[in-house]
Design a protein around this ligand. Sequence first.
Ligand SMILES: Cc1cc2nc3c(=O)[nH]c(=O)nc-3n(C[C@H](O)[C@H](O)[C@H](O)COP(=O)(O)OP(=O)(O)OC[C@H]3O[C@@H](n4cnc5c(N)ncnc54)[C@H](O)[C@@H]3O)c2cc1C
Length: 345
Amino acid sequence: MPCQIKIKLQPSGHAFAANENHTVLESAIDAGLTLPHGCCKGVCGACKGKILEGDADLGVCAEHALPAAERENGYALLCRARPRSNLLIEINGVEEDASIRPKEFPCRVGRLELLATDVMRVELQPLAAEPFAFRAGQYIDILLEDGQRRSFSIANAPSKTDVLELHIRRIPGGRFTPQVFEGMKPEDVLRIDGPHGSFWLREKSGRPIVMLAGGTGFAPLKGLIEHAIHIGLARPITLYWGARTAEWLYQHEIAQSWQSALPRFRYIPVISDTRPDDGWTGRRGLVHEAVLADFADLSRHEVYACGAPPMIEAARNSFTRTCGLPDDAFYSDAFTFSAMPEAKD
Ligand SMILES: Cc1cc2nc3c(=O)[nH]c(=O)nc-3n(C[C@H](O)[C@H](O)[C@H](O)COP(=O)(O)OP(=O)(O)OC[C@H]3O[C@@H](n4cnc5c(N)ncnc54)[C@H](O)[C@@H]3O)c2cc1C
């Protein structure tokens, strides 16, 4: 029998029971609490907290997400850390929500649509007895036969629960994504686990919103914007979608159409390739630099960023250091991948 351990969170004051076989994050979710988190693989660093009292096994984490100096100073990634004693942990952004718990269930593959050379829109129809509950912006894990998992964001809003829309980019040499383009067909059955993540719209806030997508990082933002349309959100939203070439803005027309569905919505596509003969007349450069050029002051805004880890880090660092964005007003999902070359125990 694993012994009962008590974990207290500061400054929220929440407390919950845990045991040494589960990570702090898993025990918190079991207790109906959501801590900020992303990849759940010790790579993105979104669930970082500081252990103020007690002892924990910190588990395997990527060095960039939890550098040695931070480990020594008591920091831990709560998706990896397992308690060895009662713990007091400092972490911000804790929310109570017992209504949505991750579960494992089968899905049938529905429509497959090639959106760009290397991006497939995949519809999954949940085959569970109950409707699949999730919050806009969350992701699911596809469970592979050998026990590995691959994470993909849900690209639709929860007002539609009978179908999950995914935008999957092909990773050459990858274990899973090439088969989406080469072998997957409608009626195939997959097992998924979810929903996961805390990349959702903070609906109680009144701050204007800046959204930042890199490539298929557009997927969860599409879910958030469709949800914003569904609830009639009145806050201003500016979406920057960065891609290498215009072909990678694979749902450009849909993004443009939101400008009439949401009165205070603006869409700014940004291309990073610098070929002058490509006919592109819009913005060029890196997507976070386009935001910096337009917003000198982000101190009253909220930012939602999704895409490759370097883009997320560049956005977080520049917005918080030079534009006054508060640390806790930057929400992100970094598209890390499963292999962790610099993993450290
Ligand atoms: C929370 C979350 C949500 C995500 N949502 C999406 C989504 O909506 N759409 C989407 O397309 N992807 C998304 N990803 C990324 C996706 O999970 C990975 O790209 C996935 O690992 C690819 O699986 P694979 O088996 O084909 O490649 P793997 O077998 O995992 O990778 C093979 C090798 O390719 C490289 N690689 C893998 N993935 C990437 C990558 N993304 N960028 C650069 N190099 C890579 C690595 O070197 C890796 O060792 C998400 C990731 C996370 C953590």
